[in-house]
Design a protein around this ligand. Structure first.
Ligand code: IDP
Ligand code: MG
Length: 139
């Protein structure tokens, strides 16, 4: 299965703005299959753990506060070349730099509040999936 799965989150502002369904529709229209999905509210501690790789970045405090500000929807996705194709579908981190038609161009509010997460490698897709779904073998 390695190479065929990625992990995404619909981030708090997109959930709060009732964009979860529209974003999931774009994802399915692009050929991704939903393997597992749940809605939950991260604590600051859990958000900090998820983004630990960014702990030295200047925006880390803002990122943790934002990601714990409301519920998110965590999703494991399946498709050939899932990681790379999903990064293309969501567009650049900063929506002002994102291609037309990408999820971030359509739904993001800012570079920080950018609607969705997307794993950046097969290895991180597996790590991030198991962060939210401890019982992965059943999917
Ligand atoms: P990515 O989500 O496109 O992979 P990363 O560089 O991994 O981007 O950053 C993780 C998340 O941190 C971004 O999605 C965004 O929410 C937030 N972030 C990144 N850069 C900035 C910034 O310069 N200011 C505020 N938040 C940022
Ligand atoms: Mg990243």
């Amino acid at each position: 299965m390695l190479g065929n799965r990625t992990f995404t989150m619909v981030k708090p502002e997109a959930v709060a703005n009732s964009n979860t369904g529209a974003i999931l529709a774009k994802i399915e229209e692009a050929g991704f299959r939903i393997v597992a999905m749940k809605k939950l509210h991260l604590s600051e501690e859990r958000a900090g753990k998820f983004y630990a790789v960014h702990s030295e970045r200047p925006f880390f405090g803002e990122l943790v506060e934002y990601m714990s500000s409301g519920p998110i929807v965590a999703v494991i996705l399946e498709k050939e070349d899932a990681v790379a194709d999903f990064r293309t579908l969501i567009g650049a981190t900063d929506p002002s730099q994102a291609e037309e038609g990408t999820i971030r161009k359509l739904f993001a509010e800012s570079k920080a509040k950018n609607a969705v997460h997307g794993s950046d490698s097969d290895e991180n897709a597996a790590i991030e999936s198991s962060f939210f779904f401890a019982d992965l073998e059943q999917f």
